[in-house]
Write a protein that binds this ligand. Structure first.
Ligand code: ATP
Ligand code: MG
Length: 219
């Protein structure tokens, strides 16, 4: 069973890395594939280009057992729809392997507006990570809206390639890429919100504004 964590990763931060690790452990996933999007469908232009964002994901995941960078969305033209990504993954991994698409609660709340929303659960399970500031009240009706069967048992996920929606409790880290970008823009030090290797690359490549004004990272 594999986990799929899509995102703009603009930049990747410890909020992403903790949900990937905790859900991998909770569900005993063989791997979590990080899928940086090329062109995000539902938001404004990212602060860094797709290759740079993927490079940051590569640094953050290097050497972590079970973390895999998957670049398939980067080379596709047009918006990076998760539906297309899932179909591409199904071609590679076959029809039977259970997939767990990992979403933060905010992303799950927006799911009904996604491209082919009603068809996603035919291709994957959805595992929702609680996120600070997001209410869970709307969760069951949302799951019903996209045709998911709500479950609390990992065994149900293993029993089928897709179709279930499951909530997983994770460490609540109130970190967002928006806040990290804002800190960088203002010349603040975002250490301890993102891995040092990611910050180093941001600084070397001059991403996200006034990074050159920041003091070097002690190592
Ligand atoms: P931005 O502020 O630019 O939207 P972000 O921090 O939300 O960035 P994304 O790349 O948009 O990061 O998120 C990718 C996925 O990770 C989404 O499903 C999102 O809900 C989830 N996620 C991101 N940060 C957290 C967090 N701190 N806790 C739980 N889930 C998170
Ligand atoms: Mg986001």
């Amino acid at each position: 069973m594999i986990g799929l964590l899509g995102g703009t990763f603009d930049p990747i931060h410890y909020g992403h890395l903790r949900i990937a690790l905790e859900i991998r452990e909770a569900l005993d996933l063989d791997e979590v594939r990080f899928l940086p999007c090329g062109i995000p469908p539902h938001r404004s232009v990212p602060g860094a280009d797709a290759e740079a964002r993927a490079g940051l994901v590569e640094r953050a995941t290097a050497g972590v057992p079970g973390f895999v960078l998957d670049r398939r969305e980067l080379t596709r033209s047009g918006p990076s729809y998760t539906y297309d990504t899932l179909r591409s993954l199904r071609r590679d991994f076959g029809p039977e392997l259970p997939f767990c698409l990992i979403l933060g609660a905010d992303a799950f709340a927006g799911l009904p507006a996604w491209h082919h929303a009603a068809d996603l659960l035919g291709l994957t399970h959805i595992v929702v990570a609680h996120r600070p500031g997001e209410s869970t009240e709307m969760a069951p009706p949302l799951a019903a809206l996209v045709g998911g069967r709500v479950t609390a048992r990992a065994g149900d996920l293993r029993a089928a390639p897709g179709g279930c929606v499951m909530w997983v409790d994770v460490t609540q880290l109130d970190i967002s890429a928006t806040a990290v970008r804002e800190q960088l823009r203002r010349g603040r030090d975002p250490r301890f919100l993102i891995p040092d290797a990611v910050l180093e690359a941001i600084r070397t490549q001059g991403l996200y504004g006034r990074t050159s004004a920041m003091p070097p990272t002690d190592r």
